[in-house]
Design a binder for this molecule. Structure first.
Ligand code: PLP
Length: 380
């Protein structure tokens, strides 16, 4: 899921680093631990930024920082689920499978994740779309939380505002939190190409990150949640790393506090148009190269992935992945994104994830090689 390097955005980060040097703030950035909750100035700035846009009524007690949102999910899942002190065993439910591969190994206990098989809408122009199958979504007593990435890694799906509200209501009815992983969403980095509004209240745990905004190297995750969750997660920071990295926070503090909305300008002028153009190009290319093959493309609504469904693929997607790797094309086999799904469902072994946040020529070559390999396989 590495984001692209967008020169205009990198230039702004370089200016902000220079400003830290000029203002002699680098010493305090590098020379001190923050509190376990994270850099307090940045936390205040983010609270104001979110309240101004969405009127959520949050305070700095609703926000904490981690060393990347991957780190946040490790804390969160193990805080809420697994083998509990009272002897029960709790799980995280992904309501829409396939879901982000990075969650699957985060459990400190076995069998911590379960997911719901999607319904599939067949669309025009070689496309399809997964939807949450609410009729089959069972929230049993062992479910500790519902978790969804929006936009979804690996498919580029974006669950609608109405679907999100439905999940929100279900979570409240069952008295469990709804976790929304907003790593690609609004208000930043805004890699969303449909209508989708972020949503938060005390029962929602919203994960955000500076990574897809262009700073994966500084490892900064931002969690927005009720005070109990924030306090518990901050304690885990204290135990595991004393304090999170504050360099990322310091680099972007001025951008988020700026009255002239630098963050929003970067998103709207560079980041969003960049990924949107990449998506359109990747989709056009894929439609062309896979035209004579039984390959469908998940409707790309956000993030920067193409998710291919190679119908009736004669081998597993893992085997296809190996064959492509031998030809130096790196994709991710689809079966690793499905968890606890009925083994008989062949679909889960027929999909591939492609990252299109790369150089256009590389992407084109890669897609042609995938099509060649598929032609050989289907011919066999
Ligand atoms: N969530 C999703 C859906 C992702 O795709 C990723 C990274 O690819 C992450 C979380 C973790 O990102 P980071 O730890 O860089 O914030």
């Amino acid at each position: 899921g590495n984001p692209a390097i967008i020169p205009e955005v990198s230039a702004v980060f370089a200016e902000e680093i220079q400003q830290l040097l000029d203002a002699q703030s680098l010493t305090s950035t590098l020379g001190y631990y923050s509190t376990p909750q994270g850099d307090s100035e940045f936390i205040d700035v983010i609270a104001t930024f979110l309240n101004q846009r969405y009127n959520w009524g949050i305070s700095s007690k609703n926000i904490m920082l981690t060393n990347g949102s991957q780190n946040s999910f490790f804390y969160l899942f193990n805080l809420l689920a697994g083998n509990m002190p009272n002897g029960s065993h709790k799980k995280i439910l992904f309501p829409l499978s396939p879901e982000y591969i990075g969650y699957m190994d985060l459990g400190l206990s076995d069998d911590m994740f379960t997911s719901n098989k999607p319904s599939i809408d067949m669309l025009n122009e070689q496309q399809f779309k997964y939807r949450i199958d609410f009729d089959k979504l069972k929230i049993s007593d062992d479910i500790a939380a519902i978790c969804v990435s929006r936009p979804t890694n690996p498919t580029g799906n974006v669950i609608s505002d109405a679907e999100l509200l439905k999940l929100d209501q279900l979570a409240q009815q069952h008295n469990i939190p709804l976790i929304v992983d907003n790593a690609y969403g609004f208000p930043f980095p805004g890699a969303i190409y449909t209508e989708a509004r972020p949503h938060w209240h005390e029962n929602i745990i919203l994960g955000m990150s500076l990574s897809k905004f262009g700073l994966p190297g500084v490892r900064t995750g931002i969690m927005v949640a009720n005070e109990n969750i924030i306090s518990a997660m901050s304690s885990i920071n204290g135990i595991t790393c004393l304090a999170p990295n504050n360099l990322g926070a310091r680099i972007v503090t001025r951008l988020f506090s700026d009255t002239d909305n630098k963050v929003i300008a970067l998103r709207d002028n560079f980041i969003r148009p960049f990924y949107r153009a990449k998506m359109e190009k990747a989709l056009d290319l894929a439609k062309t190269v896979f035209t004579d093959l039984p390959v469908l493309i998940h409707k790309p609504e956000g993030a920067f992935f193409l998710w291919l469904w190679c119908q009736n693929l004669p081998v597993s997607s893992r085997e296809l992945y190996q064959r492509l790797k031998n030809r130096k094309v790196f994709v991710i086999p689809g079966e690793d994104f499905f968890v606890d799904i009925d083994e008989d469902w062949a679909h889960q072994r027929q999909c591939l994830r492609i990252n299109y946040a790369l150089d256009d020529k590389q992407l084109e070559r890669g897609l042609y090689i995938i099509a060649e390999e598929l032609k050989t396989l289907y011919a066999e």
